[in-house]
Design a protein around this ligand. Structure first.
Ligand code: 5AD
Ligand code: SF4
Length: 475
């Protein structure tokens, strides 16, 4: 194949679910870049479409099939001249239902799991040889380490980047498919993580979010190769890298919050004061049935220790309402816990039965209408807390990492240390910098502010609105 044909291939990836999938999608693009595939945001003229799927809640598989139906219609509309369009299903639905996908959707060329996507080039070669209708599947949990086989990142991720440090889960919460779709816990060696963080920093990344299904269960090989590091130690090392000004990690489990991590929250200023620590329920009975292996009071104590280490720490969490057997009292306990802790952000879900998980055959199902009602109550309380968290920032001057253009010309968008999104009038060349921003108001789910530094404000004022428009569309 000549280089000119190589440059022509377009790759469209649709990502569902968690940040781990966002990271994996970027790495799939890296794997396919040497084959001539360049990212595109238009499925209709893409030479390859990848659906990177999520299996965490029900209807996930149905969503994939309806998306495949839409793609089929698109493919038919393309006509023969457009050439063959390869379709791949990746991610956790692929892992869980690979065979079924090939049976139900014969236009799918490749089914690839979260641990095998480094093998995509071989799969592409195979399907190109085999021709349409002969789908290939690779959903192994291979011996080799995917991370050893992946090429270096081909495109800069930007000022805020994801970095996968840990995958899989050994916790086996009774409602969750992750231990089955992502496999056993595995931590990348610190040397690999540090090298990737240095490359990111060299490309202009200022903030890294360390990703893992249980990022704080991290126990990777230490830099000298003689022992293991926990997350707290890894964070200290990453904080030393020139250019890395902010570190976050997500997501985490209460049981894996150890002394070293708490100390990092106290002593490492680069570790941002925002922590996503899922609790799922405030009822001990339900926590036990969920196999969370901690009580509501354990969670209170852990948060207490973290807040003692860093009084500025803002908490976020996940909640499930309507777990089998959940009573009104259990639900009230969840509301109490939310009320006591106070969260600036949270995800809340109705329990969704996942085939093959222990909870699927447990206890008395909660009627859908009751689940709806409980979800509404939880979301109302969490919504009010989030709003209050936003409101508390008004009048404060906060460091904001300016990440990208805003909706309006001349406006940039960034995040506070507490992950709140802020829109601010600022020149485009400030993207990638941390600016002191005075928060002026709350607008819906985000904040609005102005650069607090007088000289910078002067710099904006000296720009005509026209220049601002050009600046914001030029780069
Ligand atoms: N039903 C509802 N929510 C679930 N989650 C995981 N599995 C289920 C399920 N079966 C939620 C949990 C978890 C988040 C990623 O998704 O709250 O923390
Ligand atoms: Fe799922 Fe529990 Fe593991 Fe989180 S800790 S990925 S909820 S099994």
């Amino acid at each position: 194949m000549s280089d000119t044909t190589r440059a022509k291939k377009k790759l469209f990836i649709k990502t569902y679910g968690c940040q781990m999938n966002v990271y994996d999608s970027a790495r799939m693009a890296d794997v396919l870049a040497p084959l001539g595939y360049a990212p595109s945001d238009r499925p209709e003229d893409a030479d390859m479409v990848i659906l990177n799927t999520c299996h965490i809640r029900e209807k996930a598989a149905e969503k994939v099939y309806s998306e495949l139906g839409r793609l089929r219609a698109l493919q038919q509309a393309r006509g023969a001249d457009a050439g063959r369009q390869l379709i791949a299903v990746a991610g956790c639905v692929a892992q869980a239902e690979g065979e079924e996908i090939l049976k139900r959707a014969p236009q799918v060329d490749m089914v690839v799991g979260p641990q095998t996507y480094h093998r995509l080039p071989e799969m592409v070669a195979q399907v190109e040889r085999a021709g349409p209708g002969r789908g290939v599947m690779d959903t192994d949990f291979p011996e080799e380490d995917k991370f050893d086989r992946l090429p270096e990142e081909s495109a800069p991720q930007g000022p805020a980047a994801f970095l996968s440090i840990q995958e899989g889960c050994d916790k086996f919460c009774t409602f969750c498919v992750v231990p089955y779709t992502r496999g056993a816990e595995f931590s990348r060696p610190a040397a690999q993580v540090v090298a990737e963080a240095k490359r990111l920093a060299a490309q202009g990344t200022r903030e890294v979010t360390l990703l893992g299904q249980n990022a704080n269960a991290y126990h990777g090989e230490s830099l000298d190769g003689r022992g293991e590091w926990g997350l707290g130690r890894l964070v200290r090392e990453l904080a030393e890298i020139d250019g890395i000004a902010r570190i976050r990690y997500t997501t985490s489990h209460p049981l894996d919050v150890d002394d070293e991590l708490i100390a990092a929250h106290r002593e490492v200023p680069e570790l941002m004061p925002f922590l996503h620590l899922p609790v799922q329920s405030g009822s001990d009975r339900i926590l036990k049935a969920m196999n969370r292996r901690h009580t509501a009071d354990d969670y209170r104590r852990i948060v207490g220790r973290l807040r003692e280490a860093n009084p500025d720490l803002a908490m976020a969490s996940d909640f499930i309402v309507g777990f089998p057997g959940e009573t009104d009292d259990d639900h009230a306990a969840t509301l109490r816990l939310i009320d006591e802790i106070g969260f600036v952000h949270a995800y809340s879900f109705k329990y969704s039965s996942r085939p093959g998980t222990p909870a699927a055959t447990m206890g008395q199902p909660v009627p859908e209408a009751v689940k709806d009602e409980r979800l509404q109550m939880v979301q109302q309380l969490l919504g009010a807390q989030q709003k209050a968290g936003h409101q508390r920032t008004v009048g404060r001057t906060l460091p904001v990492l300016l990440e990208r253009y805003g909706k309006h010309p001349g406006q940039l968008v960034g995040r506070t240390p507490y992950m709140q999104s802020v829109a601010v009038e600022a020149p485009a060349h400030r993207i990638g910098r941390i600016a002191e921003v005075e928060i002026l108001s709350v607008r819906g789910n985000s904040l609005h502010g102005r650069l607090a530094d007088a000289t910078l404000t002067g710099e904006i004022d000296s720009l005509s609105p026209r220049t601002r428009i050009e600046e914001s569309t030029a780069v």
